[in-house]
Ligand binder design. Structure first.
Ligand SMILES: [Zn+2]
Ligand SMILES: [Zn+2]
Length: 255
């Protein structure tokens, strides 16, 4: 009888996006595939840069040791659930390029699990990393908002879109180093000038920016700077992303 019910349920449940088995949960992944994902377990405690080795302690990378991002009014802390490696990269593209909502649910669930396991101070507000109007028209949605909305619902933290606008359609950041990316992004973001947004920002002291992928963290730093400039009080800004690209020379892709 039980196996009959199980069979029936398996017909209703969506298959695992990664292995097509019918043992997936409602977020479209099965326990085996989840265990095999490239989780960002060992990383910098400030910028989430993946480490090749397990230092068995909470440590900080060389860059953050020299100059943590918030020293330049960038973000306070980044959390990145996964490495930007297959199959995560394919899922990110499935969401971004094909509007694959199932992939979005899977990625949001991974970020949620990561956040819950790290138990950080939760922000009062979530804002998705904005994309330029032109790109929004081409794509019709912002993938960071898809992930942010799911997370907002699950963690019960309000999400507000449109707080920050991307006023310059920056050319692709691919192939640029940290310094070039920062120059590329200077004045790329602006706070929406409506009174309701100004009022909202005066009321919050802790915000998390949500994005799908973080490479150098230059965009998150620039958004954090822009937000801080708009308020007169101290503001904590965290950057939460689904995946972090590996640093150059990382050997993690070999494992
Ligand atoms: Zn699976
Ligand atoms: Zn770091």
């Amino acid at each position: 009888m039980w196996s009959f019910i199980e069979q029936l349920l398996s017909l209703l449940a969506p298959p695992c996006l990664l292995c097509n088995s019918f043992s997936a949960n409602l977020d479209n992944y099965c326990p085996d595939c989840y265990a095999e994902l490239p989780h960002n377990h060992h990383c910098c405690a400030i910028c989430a840069l993946p480490f090749d080795v397990d230092f068995n302690a909470s440590i900080v990378c060389g860059d953050c040791l020299q100059q943590p991002p918030n020293m330049n009014h960038g973000f306070d802390q980044a959390l990145a659930a996964l490495h930007y490696l297959p199959p995560v990269s394919s899922l990110v593209h499935a969401l971004k390029d094909q509007d694959n909502q199932a992939a979005g649910r899977l990625l949001a669930a991974c970020l949620q699990r990561y956040i819950e396991s790290h138990n950080p101070d939760l922000p009062q507000l979530i804002i998705p990393m904005p994309i330029h109007k032109q790109r929004l028209q081409e794509r019709s949605f912002n993938q960071a908002k898809v992930i942010g909305k799911l997370l907002s619902k699950r963690l019960e933290i309000p999400l507000k879109d449109g707080v920050i606008e991307r006023q310059i359609n920056t050319p692709s950041q691919q192939g640029l180093n940290k310094k070039q990316r920062r120059r590329n992004l200077r004045q790329a973001f602006v706070v929406n000038d409506s009174t309701s947004i100004a009022k909202l920002l005066q009321q919050v002291e802790h915000i998390a920016i949500i994005d799908d992928v973080m490479t150098t963290g230059a965009s998150a730093n620039e958004v954090a700077r822009t937000l801080r400039k708009a308020v007169c009080h101290e503001l904590r800004v965290d950057a939460w992303c689904v995946a972090r690209t590996l640093p150059p020379n990382s050997k993690l892709h070999l494992y």
